[in-house]
Ligand binder design. Structure first.
Ligand code: GFB
Length: 309
């Protein structure tokens, strides 16, 4: 087969940069990327022009407006509008320019707030969503449904992957808008530097979360690009979870902070648990390699080398 040209949309982000690290090492793949200044994925005409000129054979849609529980709970309009604009443009013009395969990235937050755990893909839309991220979840559900119907109606090999909570290099570490793992790395790091007696952690500490390092995710995505062509979304996760309290204690130890934890119960806990059933992707031969402690160590080292206050 002629050399494959893959467009990695969102290449500077947490997931996109991990995909570039992986595909950049592989022979037979030409990687195409565009910064937001070069190509605004919310601009329909610009996306149409890009696909008409570049004609990638493969697309991984890892570009999105993302954020932690506080950012999501206070910006449903932006999470809905911007993500739907991005995914509608990329998915439609990938279909119109005969892209051979497209993978759309969703999130474990698309599943109902209360459903049996671990969560199987068929539980989608079986009951109400978690309110704090309804905007983002609805956008991601429409994206996976658009791919599913392009597959069924037009025979497009457009697949959707639903990862658990992610972390790793190039994450957003902002104390207010980021996800819990990078936020706590940043917060414990500052507390250690400033010799603070305590660190404040949001919520009660009792929710459970499943954390997958993005370099493991990238391997899972490549497995799906090579071996998966069904119209059902497919989960990618590590198959076990930890409480926010346990996570905070691992990060406290990794950073080397000697003080105490304080809990800010004015902040929401969000969904109580969202552990993914990963038996379908495991059956394709993929499983994660990194333990949570190794992944947090890797991420903290990256943070110390790159993060500017
Ligand atoms: O990672 P996180 O922001 O998002 O929050 P979700 C996870 C849990 O960590 C919540 C607690 O119970 C928070 O109360 N937490 C404790 C903190 N301290 C902090 C902190 O300093 N920052 C943050 N952010 N949380 C997201 C969705 O839900 O999951 C997104 O909102 C996306 O749309 C993402 O789907 C994967 O895991 O609750």
């Amino acid at each position: 087969m002629a050399g494959k040209k893959i467009f990695i949309a969102g290449h500077r982000g947490l997931v996109g940069s991990a995909l570039c690290r992986l595909y950049g090492k592989m022979t037979g793949w030409e990687v195409v990327t565009r910064t937001r200044a070069e190509l605004d994925l919310q601009d329909t005409d610009a996306v149409r022009k890009f696909f008409g000129e570049e004609k990638p054979s493969h697309v991984i849609l890892a570009a999105a407006k993302v954020g932690g529980i506080h950012a999501n709970a206070t910006h449903h309009v932006e999470f809905l509008l911007e993500n739907m604009r991005i995914q509608n443009n990329v998915i439609e013009f990938a279909a119109r320019s005969d892209v051979e395969k497209l993978l759309f990235l969703g999130s474990s937050c698309i599943y109902p707030k209360h459903c049996p755990q671990p969560i199987k893909e068929e539980y989608l839309l079986s009951s109400a969503l978690e309110p704090t991220n309804e905007g983002y979840a609805l956008a991601k559900i429409t994206g996976l449904k658009l791919c599913q119907h392009y597959c069924r109606q037009y025979g497009k090999d457009f697949i959707s992957a639903m990862p658990s909570n992610l972390y790793g290099p190039n994450d957003n570490f902002d104390l207010e808008t980021s996800h819990v793992l990078p936020a706590l790395i940043h917060r414990f790091h500052l507390a250690k530097l400033n010799e603070q007696p305590t660190v404040t952690v949001w919520g009660t500490g009792s929710p459970l979360r499943e954390f997958l390092h993005v370099d493991d995710l990238a391997g899972g995505i490549h497995t799906l690009m090579e071996k998966y062509d069904e119209d059902l979304p497919i989960n990618i996760g590590v198959g076990k979870d930890v409480t926010i309290l346990e996570l905070a204690e691992i990060i406290k130890e990794t950073v080397g902070f000697g003080g105490e934890l304080e809990w800010d119960s004015s902040q929401p806990d969000g969904t109580p648990r969202k552990l993914l059933d990963t038996s379908r992707i495991n059956a394709l031969g993929w499983k994660p390699r990194m333990t949570l402690r190794e992944g947090i160590r890797n991420t903290y080292e990256w943070f110390k080398e790159h993060y500017q206050e």
